[in-house]
Design a protein around this ligand. Structure first.
Ligand code: SF4
Length: 353
């Protein structure tokens, strides 16, 4: 009998898609063993990205005040989540964020704005900002700014935008259960406008929103069809006040299987273990680095994440390297136990005379 793990790895290394039965088996197969599955997904990851992990820092430069109704989002018009709403940050604040990201070793600075999408005027302001950020910090600049057409995409491309993020989030068939104020096709069209104007695309999904395995498979294949070089895989963060909260499906194993599936379907893409990794993968986060090769550090749009030092330690403890930082650039952390110093005091301590 053919080894199903070796078959998946070989197909991915040959850029061959898994068939729907294989894809379903990766997510739901009762006889799937996690370690051989992670090992199989690691093979194409190692071939295309070695052991490097690229670090992205997200700056939410406009929060809330959004006319859209995405059910998983605390910024939507239908969420009652207690978020601090603010209009677009000043250039100074945005540059401060970039400075901190650059100092923290980030290779990419991702700016995100709430809202349906930028007007031409707003695209011009963003373009000016992007050009100056690139000149100042030399980092790759990403933008997530909602639905747009060729006019806005052209302005951003001419300003030097490296990547436009616009997640498909879920499958076409599941989309209207999550969002009704814009369509799945609006998102596909925005990605097409970016590609037509020479901007690299970044588009991913959120799992744990009541979807079926078929929906995760469908969006994975769609991202391959769209030749998406960067795929954030988010694990729903249940936020008080949001209509869409957890559906009970997200176990660390389910999250790891989904990451492996995205790697098998998109072997050459940058797969990001994105929002919700801390709370959904918990102690198994570092295993996610076998299929995935990038992370966000320092938090998400409206929720915190693990700090830089903790995330870097997790990466290096698992034998991976922070991209752009050679092995050993950072001092090995040595013995660490929560709440304890580097030298432990015995618990069964001698009572002082
Ligand atoms: S995901 Fe974006 S478009 Fe949707 S509600 Fe949130 S900020 Fe608005």
């Amino acid at each position: 009998m053919t080894n199903p793990y070796a078959q998946l790895a070989d197909q991915a290394l040959a850029d061959q898609l898994p068939d729907p039965t294989q894809a379903r088996w990766v997510l739901d197969g009762k006889d799937v063993e996690l370690l051989p599955l992670l090992d199989a997904a690691f093979k194409p990851r190692l071939a295309h990205f070695g052991r490097s992990v690229s670090i992205h820092v997200l700056n939410n430069i406009q929060n809330g005040l959004c006319p859209e109704d995405c059910g998983y989002c605390a910024q939507s018009k239908v969420s009652t989540a207690a978020i601090r709403q603010y209009k677009m940050k000043s250039d100074e604040e945005i540059f401060e964020g970039a400075e901190a990201a650059a100092k923290g070793g980030a290779v990419r600075y991702c700016m995100a704005l709430s809202g349906r999408g930028p007007s031409v005027q707003r695209a011009q302001r963003l373009g000016d900002l992007i050009a100056r950020l690139k000149a100042e910090y030399g980092m790759e600049i990403c933008l997530s700014a909602g639905i747009m057409g060729d006019e806005q995409a052209k302005i951003l491309a001419e300003a030097g935008l490296d990547r436009l993020n616009h997640n498909l989030n879920t499958s076409e068939s599941h989309y209207s259960k999550i969002t009704t104020t814009h369509s799945y096709q609006d998102r596909v069209d925005t990605l097409a406008a970016a590609q037509r104007n020479g901007i690299e695309t970044c588009s991913g999904l959120i799992i744990g929103m009541g979807e079926e395995s078929e929906d995760i498979i469908e969006v994975g294949f769609k991202l391959r069809e769209l030749e998406t070089p960067s795929i954030p895989v988010n694990f729903l963060i249940p936020i008080e006040g949001n209509p869409v909260t957890e559906d009970g499906s997200l176990t660390p194993e389910r999250c790891l299987r989904a990451l492996c599936l995205m790697r098998f379907i998109n072997p050459r893409a940058e797969i990001r273990m994105a929002g919700g990794r801390e709370g959904n993968l918990r102690g198994l986060q570092s295993m996610g680095l076998y299929p995935a090769n990038s992370l966000f550090v320092g938090g998400y749009l409206t929720t915190r994440g693990d700090p830089f030092a903790e995330t870097y330690a997790m990466i290096e403890d698992a034998g991976f390297e922070v991209a752009g930082q050679g092995k050993g650039d950072r001092a090995a952390p040595g013995f660490q136990l929560a709440g304890q110093g580097a030298l432990l005091r015995p618990d069964v301590a001698a009572t002082p005379e």
